[in-house]
Design a protein around this ligand. Sequence first.
Ligand code: GLU
Length: 395
Amino acid sequence: MSTPSLSSWARQVSPSPTLAVDAKAKALKAAGKDVCGFGAGEPDFDTPQFVKDACAKALQAGQTKYAPTPGIPALRKAIAEDYVRRGFVGMAEGNVVVSPGGKMSCYLAILATISHGDEVIIPAPFWVSYPEMVKLAGGVPKFIQAEDTTGFKITPAQLKAALTPRTRMVVLNSPSNPTGAVYTRAELTELVALCVQANVWILSDEIYENLVYDGQTTCSPATFSPEAAALTITVSGYAKSYSMTGWRLGTLIASTPVAAAVADLQSQISSNATTFAQFGALAVHQHPDQAKAALAEMAVAFDRRRLNLWKGLNAIPGLTCYRSQGAFYLFPNIRAFGLSSQEFSARLLEEELVAVVPGSAFGSEGYIRLSYATSDEIIAKGLERLARFCAKLKR
Ligand code: GLU
């Protein structure tokens, strides 16, 4: 019997390549292979104990029922207060939505603002899910290419040239996945001014906001001006800062009509994020000193690994790697080897059991992404194998 065809959405969507590489590396490991996994951006630390305790306590106390769709009131209030302290003017509980993951926050932000045929500008290299989310909303992704020669950052001139009357949104992601690039305040100010001038939404994905190095700082477009605040949807979450990837807890803060639309969409798609998990996240806000200490411990380790990996990559003949200053990714250039990033990554996994993500998955051929959210030992071993692999290739 032939069944009806799958939907156009299901037929056009590509599965997440980052999760696919991660699944493959984990399967090889489970089969007893000694894999060096640089695939998924997942911190290798455990969630801080005080967060787990708060969640466990809530679970024991029976916080196992539906919560209000946009989140438990105490958490929304704490999130809003934190943002106000950081310069988000006039934001309150009603502007915040807690969702089942940063990914969901991004998707709901896009669903709430993008209609059929609307163009969304996405700087490349980009995180794998933005274009797919835009397409699932009926929108049209438009890319601006940045290379290692410009620190993987787009220029105001490039943005200006890409804006059209059909543009409805610009995606900004600083610190960036996959490059680790961090825009300075001056650079972001110019880009945001162009968005305000064009009156387009800004999706500011700040999930890596707490992970910056070399004395770099981050800033949020929503704090630049009242006009920027009205247009910006700021997305973040607990996964990357507090090693809570499996908790699935994302946040979103935006103007009241946008936040309300996002909550309405969420009420039909998923309902609230897991109730007792939200109590764990609340502990992050209630115990800022413990949260800061946990974050600092992880950030110190990430920075050490970043520098070791960056030095090691640049020491391999044929590889060059931009010294990025945020998140936990490096994005070395592999063009000297003349292989596609897909072929390079597939052979590297097959021949040396090193898992990386091809640059093509992020819209940038000629690069590979390595996540250094992994141990110092894996980094050292992975570098040895990568060097041996590169030495075998013709240049
Ligand atoms: N965001 C992480 C990454 O890029 C986790 C996987 C995913 O959701 O893409 O590796």
